[in-house]
Design a protein around this ligand. Structure first.
Ligand code: NI
Length: 173
């Protein structure tokens, strides 16, 4: 597998809709491992395959302080979401340095396959519930900034494009 890199907003590939994983095999386990590596390296709490330009329904998450509670969700489906919502600040490895409020259900139940291909149901609340909803959005091509006003989103877009240009300039000089 080639070295994974995280796509940055507004890269159009972030808007690709992922297809279901068809086989939980060695290839998928290797991909999940590589995604955890890059997520931990970037100090993130979640990463969707979409963000590394692999358009399959796979998510890796670790919301623990100790960074030792990895969770893999393959072909995740929300089977229940609380009617109660809350607005909380979110960030994203594809939109570095940007944090803003998004309204999410405070608790969800998600059904997904694990790396052994076993179907599991996870009850999540708090940060984990938010993270699951955020990452599942990536799988349908949605980045959290799309919940913000067009004005804010355009400002973020401009900032990200400038940031990328600055980095490219710095890397050649
Ligand atoms: Ni994200």
């Amino acid at each position: 597998m080639t070295q994974l890199t995280i796509l940055r907003y507004p890269d159009p590939r972030l808007h690709t809709v992922a297809i279901p994983v068809t086989a939980v095999d060695a290839r998928l386990r290797k991909l999940a491992g590589a995604m955890f590596e890059i997520m931990y390296e970037a100090a993130g709490i979640g990463l969707a395959a979409t963000q590394v330009d692999v358009h399959e329904r796979l998510i890796v998450i670790d919301v623990s302080e100790s960074r030792d509670q990895p969770l893999v969700l393959i072909n995740p489906a929300i089977v229940w979401a609380s009617a109660e919502t809350r607005v909380g600040d979110e960030g994203c490895l594809s939109v570095p340095g940007i944090y803003d409020g998004v309204e999410r259900s405070i608790a969800v139940k998600v059904q997904a396959l694990d790396l052994d291909g076993k179907l599991c149901v996870h009850s999540a609340e708090g940060m984990l519930a938010v993270c699951i909803q955020h990452e599942m959005d990536h799988l349908i091509g949605k980045v959290f900034v799309e919940y913000l006003s067009p004005l804010k989103r355009n400002r973020i877009k401009t900032k990200m494009i400038k940031q990328k240009k600055d980095e490219e300039r710095d890397s050649v000089s």
